[in-house]
Design a protein around this ligand. Structure first.
Ligand SMILES: *[C@@H]1O[C@H](CO)[C@@H](O)[C@H](O)[C@H]1NC(C)=O
Ligand SMILES: *[C@@H]1O[C@H](CO)[C@@H](O)[C@H](O)[C@H]1NC(C)=O
Ligand SMILES: *[C@@H]1O[C@H](CO)[C@@H](O)[C@H](O)[C@H]1NC(C)=O
Ligand SMILES: *[C@@H]1O[C@H](CO)[C@@H](O)[C@H](O)[C@H]1NC(C)=O
Ligand SMILES: [Zn+2]
Length: 520
């Protein structure tokens, strides 16, 4: 990759000099009561209109931004040996500065906030699970697992835990000094690991209740967590039977890992114009995984937002528009959780809806709409779903519904009682024959073969899909920036209800993911 053609601007120079050069205002709070009479809003701009905003979108401009992102990802090469925009890397810092600087060119059109927070990151350098003399090939250490004691192998008998291992009483005394063997389900993996640790286990293995691997995360670290693996159901079954028959299964667990904390930042930009009591909010994530540059995930969504933020500045709005570029999505949706948790009840209610835009240009794409429903999610989520349906239908395009189960940054909003939804084009899932007929592309192949891989690069974008979806994003921004007519009002008690209602509990059970990783 030649670096010619990318001006080595102040941005790049700043980014290259590392995090210490980063000087951003520290502001925890979201804007309240923005003064709509701020200077710099030149008269004569037209009111935003969906067709007009959509007309500003083209794949050429989007791809030009992708090239910048690709270049920025290369700033991490010295430290990571490959391009990446993972949090803590120069590639991520560069992304952050690129977005901030681009917004900075728009004068007073937006107020921009940098919201710092502490993110937990983990790295497993080596791991092994040996069950009765043979290596469990498909065992996977969970994300954010602590290492085994002294980062050395630990020995113990595999010890079956009762029920789902969600209660301290499920852990027999014999777990102490041994390796807890726990069924997946009902409560988060982090809870199981913690209970195993409290019961004195030297390690834990969570096995699947169905066929297939358990690629999980422990989530928020606890000092009681022990080294924890996930094991596919089909691999676990014989061991469960032998343990139930009273056999002893001597085992060895080994994890060398670190769990670290680093400060990173969300970027939030809100129009200075528009009714600040009624905001349409949308977000993508600025970070990638460690393994690669993340040009589709979520370069595509975050650049669509940036391109629209730039183009929207040529229009006036009736309602406030609030863009977010989340950080640490790949560590488990940390930035968006932090943001929603930081909102007061009053600020929460100003957000009429949140739209999630994560992966809009998958190479073997499907036009996917999150299947958000008012009986399972905050009221308004279903209207937003149907809003996307209408648009694809009017364009004569096919679409599919996909589970709304916690895989991206909408999760914190749903839990916070805020209506949410979004579109995507597919990750590691495999395209079906029917979908190949609906969208073109290849059946039997993942939507994105380079999902979370090094090859999520400039070739890993379908520009047709990206342009189509970016126009839909523009449509969503323009429509709600003009009016919320016909869109449900926020219910008065939705936030208090959010934490305690049956709807909330039902969502908790169904939302098995924390980003890309299973959580329950
Ligand atoms: C493992 O099981 C064997 C056989 O029952 C027993 O002798 C040994 O003490 C057990 N190890 C631990 C650490 O409990
Ligand atoms: C916005 O308007 C300015 C001046 O009218 C024009 O030069 C510019 O090209 C417009 N920008 C976009 C992105 O349309
Ligand atoms: C929509 O899907 C059907 C098959 O279900 C296909 O025949 C049709 O061509 C698709 N439409 C478009 C625009 O791709
Ligand atoms: C993108 O998808 C369209 C529709 O399936 C297809 O015609 C086109 O060849 C794809 N482009 C790339 C670069 O893969
Ligand atoms: Zn993503």
């Amino acid at each position: 990759m030649t670096l010619k053609g990318f001006a080595l601007s102040g941005l790049a120079a700043l980014a290259l000099s590392g995090a210490t050069a980063l000087h951003v205002p520290e502001q925890q709070q979201v804007p309240i009561g923005v003064d709509s009479k701020v200077q710099g809003l030149k008269p004569g701009k037209p009111l935003v209109d969906s067709d007009a905003l959509q007309a500003t979108i083209n794949s050429k401009n989007l791809f030009a931004r992708a090239k910048k992102l690709w270049w920025l990802a290369h700033m991490s090469k010295e430290e990571y040996n490959h391009p990446t925009r993972v949090i803590g890397s120069k590639g991520h810092l560069g992304t952050f500065l690129y977005i901030s600087q681009t917004l900075g060119t728009l004068g007073d059109y937006y107020r921009v906030w940098h919201q710092p927070f502490t993110a937990v990151t983990g790295y497993v350098s080596e791991s092994r699970l040996v069950l009765d003399q043979s290596v469990a090939q498909h065992a996977q250490p969970m994300s954010l697992t602590p290492p085994t004691k002294n980062k050395e192998p630990v020995h113990g008998n595999l010890t079956l835990v009762s029920n789902d291992g969600c209660d301290a009483g499920d852990y027999p005394a014999l777990v102490s000094g041994n390796i807890a063997f726990i069924k997946r389900g009902t409560c988060p993996f982090g809870t199981k690991s913690e209970l195993a640790g409290k019961a004195g286990a030297v390690a834990a293995v969570v096995y699947n209740y169905e066929d297939g691997p358990v690629a999980g995360t422990l989530g928020e670290p606890s000092r009681h967590h022990v080294a924890t693996f996930g094991l596919p159901g089909e691999d676990a079954r014989p061991f469960v039977q032998r343990l139930q028959a009273g056999e002893t299964i001597p085992s060895i667990a080994y994890v060398d890992s670190v769990v670290d904390q680093i400060v990173t930042r969300n970027i939030v930009a809100q129009t200075t114009q528009g009714d600040p009591e009624n905001c349409v909010m949308l977000g993508g994530h600025s970070d990638s995984v460690d393994a690669g540059p993340g040009i589709n995930d979520d370069g595509s969504g975050s650049l669509t937002l940036l391109e629209i933020a730039v183009n929207l500045a040529n229009f006036t709005v009736n309602n406030c528009v609030r863009f977010a570029w989340w950080s640490a999505e790949e560590e488990g949706l940390l930035g968006s959780y932090h943001y929603v948790k930081s909102l007061s009840a009053e600020e929460n209610r100003k957000i009429r809806l949140f739209m999630d835009y994560d992966m809009l240009a998958s190479p073997n794409f499907a036009y996917q709409i999150y299947d958000a429903r008012n009986d399972e999610h905050p009221v308004g989520s279903q209207e937003l779903r149907d809003f996307y349906v209408d648009w694809y239908t009017r364009q004569g395009l096919n679409y599919t519904f996909i589970p709304f189960d916690g895989r991206s940054d909408y999760d914190g909003f749903i839990r916070g009682g805020i209506p949410a939804g979004g579109i995507a084009t597919g990750a590691e899932g495999v395209k079906t024959v029917e979908e190949a007929a609906m969208f073109g592309g290849e059946d039997g192949v993942p939507y994105d073969v380079c999902y979370h891989e090094l090859c999520d690069n400039l070739q890993n974008l379908n520009l047709t899909a990206w342009e189509v979806n970016s126009k839909l994003v523009a449509h969503s921004v323009a429509t709600f920036a003009r009016s919320f007519e016909g869109f449900p009002k926020r219910a008065v008690d939705d936030i208090t209800l959010a934490a305690s209602s049956a709807k909330h509990d039902a969502y908790e059970k169904k939302a098995k993911y924390r980003g890309s990783k299973l959580f329950i």
